[in-house]
Design a protein around this ligand. Structure first.
Ligand SMILES: Nc1ncnc2c1ncn2[C@@H]1O[C@H](COP(=O)(O)OP(=O)(O)OP(=O)(O)O)[C@@H](O)[C@H]1O
Ligand SMILES: [Mg+2]
Length: 458
């Protein structure tokens, strides 16, 4: 069967750059539909916001800060002009009051001295640079500023010819400090939007998950009657198609079973009559072979009828693997053959009990018939139940490994081993395994005989 996987692994496929890229991408990205849809929503949103913040905000922030700093600097320049032009009272009371009441600046005049050494420029602040530039441009005197720290004030000292003017301005006067509110708002709204999309996405994805579950359990041979198509049109359509397909398959199986059961039943009646006539004909050695053939036919029909009876409408239940294996152990010791088994994981499996027991028994009885020793290894993992049968018999040649699964196909005619079988055992086994969504495969056993592996979803 050609699948995407096999195509992808095929070394003949040219692996160009684009394919390499998409392959890497696929490996990095989440695989679930839910996570993927969320990414489809979130990534553009984040990119959009980043661009908006980077371009618009940066410019806006810078410009507003520039305007504000420029205004404060202009006020300070005016104060300096007034101090230097008009005579002042001793404590500079008037100008201090005007600055405080009208310009919102706290000023004080200090005696002459040196300005403190310049502070280290903060790396992340645009205020320091802009304010320094403005003072340099408009006032053109030595100055010292302190914009660092998260106090709500910015300090500016300017050296005048015989004194130092010290100004404390509110940070918000010089700096577009409420810009971050915009960002916070943007983040909060996007979080709310993402939350909403998660809710809606859930509603969209749930019907797909339901459909997948229904298909899976149908594949395992369980009846999933509670499924109804829901959700978006496309999903509904897929769901409806699934239901129709399921009905078609069920009808086909039913028809097949009913027809074969009918035929077997009718044939059995005729065979019984046949046997009776043979018995009435007496102990004629010529009829001996005929009588054996009739017996063979009868056992074939019985085997088939028994299988068909199980097939019809069996529901899923719990099977304890250990119990099944113990029965095999009894059977083997009755026939004087060796049997051992190992178990890993939960011993309870959810399968159709009669069918599944028959599956295991068919494989075990083959080993009992054709070999003298059987080892079973059962592994019940999270997703799969694997049961490996290893025997030390003659095995089956590679070329016959598909044929033996065909109904009534037997190798014994050639081998002359045992002629009690009908050749239905493996066909039935595979049928049961497949109806559970699994399969039976054959291989070589380390014991020298046949290795048969049952693999069904658990
Ligand atoms: N463990 C085994 N070792 C060797 N050959 C095997 C083994 N299992 C099956 N075979 C071969 O495969 C053939 C088909 O097996 P299958 O179980 O379908 O039929 P059967 O055992 O002959 O009859 P039935 O199981 O219906 O009584 C057998 O006739 C036998 O030749
Ligand atoms: Mg068999």
């Amino acid at each position: 069967m050609v699948t995407w996987e096999t195509l992808r692994r095929d070394p003949r496929m040219p692996l160009n750059g684009w394919r390499w890229f998409t392959r890497r991408l696929r490996r990095l990205l989440p695989t679930g539909l839910y996570a993927r849809s969320l990414l489809i929503i979130i990534i553009p949103m984040v990119i959009l916001q980043a661009v908006v913040v980077a371009l618009f905000m940066e410019r806006h922030w810078q410009m507003v800060t520039q305007r504000l700093s420029s205004a404060v600097t202009r006020d300070i320049a005016a104060i300096i002009q007034i101090i230097e032009t008009y005579p002042q009272d001793a404590d500079y009371n008037q100008i201090t009051r005007i600055a405080r009441d009208q310009l919102n600046l706290q000023i004080s005049i200090e005696p002459d001295g040196e300005l403190p050494p310049p502070r280290a420029k903060p790396f992340f602040s645009i205020l320091d640079g802009i304010l320094s530039d403005e003072i340099k441009d408009q006032i053109k005197r030595p100055f010292w500023i302190d914009t660092v720290g998260d106090s709500s004030l910015v300090e500016i000292r300017i050296k005048l010819p015989d004194k130092i003017l010290r100004v404390l301005a509110r940070r918000s006067q010089t700096y577009a400090s409420n810009t971050h509110i915009f960002i916070v708002w943007m983040m909060v709204t996007s979080l709310v939007l993402i939350g909403l999309s998660i809710l809606f996405l859930r509603g969209q994805i749930r019907p797909i998950l339901r459909l997948a579950q229904a298909a899976e359990s149908f594949g395992k041979g369980q009846r999933a009657d509670g499924y109804h198509p829901r959700g978006a049109d496309e999903v509904r359509r897929a769901g409806l198609a699934f239901i129709l397909m399921r009905e078609r398959i069920e009808r086909q199986i039913e028809q097949r079973t009913a027809m074969l059961t009918g035929v077997s039943h009718d044939l059995r009646t005729i065979l019984t009559r046949f046997k009776l006539q043979l018995a009435l004909a007496g102990d004629n050695p010529d009829l001996q072979g005929m009588s054996e053939d009739v017996d063979d036919m009868q056992s074939m029909l019985e085997a088939y009828m028994a299988f068909a009876k199980n097939e019809i409408e069996e529901d899923v239940g719990e099977v304890r693997l250990r119990e099944v294996f113990e029965k095999i152990a009894q059977d083997f010791s009755l026939h004087g053959k060796t049997f051992s088994y190992t178990m890993e994981g939960d011993e309870e499996v959810a399968v159709r009990p009669n069918a599944f027991t028959r599956l295991v028994h068919n494989l075990a009885s083959n080993a009992r018939r054709y070999a003298s020793q059987l080892q079973i290894e059962a592994k019940h993992g999270v997703r799969w139940l694997t049961i490996t049968f290893d025997d030390d018999g003659p095995g089956i040649p590679e070329k016959n490994r598909e044929d033996v699964f065909k109904p009534f196909f037997r190798l014994d005619e050639a081998r002359n081993l045992d002629d009690s079988g009908t050749g239905l055992g493996l066909a039935i086994a595979r049928d049961i395994a497949r109806s559970h969504g699994g399969d039976v495969t054959l291989g070589d056993s380390p014991l020298g005989g046949l290795r048969a592996i049952i693999r069904v979803p658990a």
